[in-house]
Design a protein around this ligand. Sequence first.
Ligand SMILES: [Zn+2]
Length: 306
Amino acid sequence: MKKIILCIISICLIVNNPCVVEGKTNINHDKYSETMKQDILCLMMAYPENITAVINETGGNVYIVMSSGKKILYDDKMKKNPEQKFQNTDLQDMMEEIYPLETTRKLMEKDKNPGRNRVYEILDEVYGRGRNAIEHNLKNTNLVYRKLQFNGNNKASASLQETFKEITAMVGKSGNIYSSVFPLNGTYNYRLISGTNKFSPHAYGIAIDLNRDRRDYWKWASREEGQKRLDVYPKEVVDIFQKNNFVWGGKWGHFDTLHFEYRPEIIMKAKYFGNANTNRRNWYEGVPTNDQQVKNCVDKINKVLE
Ligand SMILES: [Zn+2]
């Protein structure tokens, strides 16, 4: 009888013993930690003048520290549906969905919107908080056929200018390119995203709307109409914008096909960590560590998040 009771106790202990599931927990934890480091590295590479440090506080709360001293939390650890992630975005939510750099011909599913979640604390720090500060940072940007206001900070204006230089060089090669881009529908506009209380990226001077088509916005058009517009959208225009660190609203389920937005962190994550490489020798394999600035970021992260 004693033996049987001991046996039952042993079985109970094994079943309840956290060691039994430790292997699985570790795998998930490693994946989480690897992704966190990659996300933070992409942010540091994308905003090199604005992010000065990473800190790991007791209790496992990781923050990036901005040059103003402001700390921004990586993960609020709240369970959110896609709409809640859009409404209440932390850094992890912003970086989570991988933006597809390849040509996508099929409209994204409604809840897939890579690059549409924004952490406003970063935008405030980098591009200006409030109308006066933002307008102070705007630069008259030469878009070949005309000049428009775009934010001069963090190379946003310079990247848009380069984009238009490259697009103009392509214009003669296909009529479709010119008519997809021109006439432009505007850059800076201090306004909210319609139907929300969130500032539009146009309010920071980091987004541009190209030539408008009535099928370009998820609120104006059905998904079928949106798909038809994607079918004929010139791939060259999208590729040039992406190469210069802009994401395209045509790759969102909440499609916004005329809209391009300067989001270097999203493009960097796609570029360096977009493929499902499960055989990385280390978490940062793929980034150009021969660049001393990048190497310094990797070292900072390794020091704080080991
Ligand atoms: Zn727009």
